[in-house]
Design a protein around this ligand. Structure first.
Ligand SMILES: [Zn+2]
Length: 73
């Protein structure tokens, strides 16, 4: 009973973490590798989240995060 209850609880959690592109949706996925946000990384000319954070004078971090999150409304 415990095992099946755990399985039933785990299934929706995994489904909720799937990105619309079918990959596991993590912060790094949506910022660095999701095809749904590729236009944003192209527009701001970055390839990784660490690149954005290493030079905060070049990248408008809040604007980038806002635009990325807007892709998943
Ligand atoms: Zn994705």
């Amino acid at each position: 009973m415990v095992a099946s209850g755990a399985l039933l609880n785990a299934t929706p959690e995994v489904a909720e973490r799937l990105c619309p592109c079918s990959a596991m949706q993590t912060e790094l996925h949506v910022l660095e590798s999701c095809p749904l946000t590729q236009a944003i990384s192209t527009r701001y000319d970055f390839t990784s989240w660490s690149q954005i954070l290493s030079n905060d004078t070049q990248f408008p971090v809040a604007e980038i995060v806002y635009n990325v999150l807007s892709c998943f409304d």
